[in-house]
Design a protein around this ligand. Structure first.
Ligand code: SME
Length: 157
């Protein structure tokens, strides 16, 4: 399969591209790997895009693009652990102002983390980091919520 990434596409087109990318497979790790790569390459000003999956009472790093990251994050800790524990999107304009932020890459200045909830089951989180303060807007959040939904919808039962 040749997958052509269109960096100029608007968010609706990007969502359709992501859905197409995930359509042939229902595996959680395989689709996370391709989706992390896709987002990393189509979005500007991101230095880390990836997944953490629930493992016991921790999050364990999954497929990602960017520098090597923290392997384990306790539920409730940092931006990722907070998104997981509260099951709410965490959109952080300035990570230096977020008490408990876990700095995996000192370049990161803003971050958005989306919980991945399937039925009543928390699978993990989708995390995007940027070296630019206030990188992620409410529109970005709405787009990424649709992307997270497309990922969840792609998974086998
Ligand atoms: N900054 C995150 C940790 C994960 S890395 O950014 C990849 C946090 O505070 O949870």
């Amino acid at each position: 399969m040749t997958f052509i990434i269109d960096r100029q596409a608007d968010s609706n087109a990007l969502l359709r591209q992501a859905q197409a990318l995930l359509a042939d497979c229902g595996d959680a790790v395989a689709n996370a790997a391709n989706l992390a790569s896709f987002l990393f390459h189509v979005l500007d000003d991101v230095n880390w895009v990836g997944f953490y999956f629930v493992s016991g009472d921790e999050l364990l790093v999954g497929p990602f693009q960017g520098k090597p990251a923290c392997v384990r994050i306790p539920l409730g800790r940092g931006v990722c652990g907070t998104a997981a524990a509260t099951r709410t999107v965490q959109r952080v304009d300035d990570v230096h102002a977020f008490a408990g932020h876990i700095a995996c890459d000192a370049d990161t200045r803003s971050e958005i983390v989306l919980p991945l909830v399937r039925g009543t089951n928390l699978l993990g989180v989708l995390d995007l980091d940027s070296p630019r303060v206030e990188r992620f807007t409410p529109d970005d959040q709405a787009f990424l919520e649709q992307i997270a939904g497309a990922y969840l919808a792609s998974l086998d039962n």
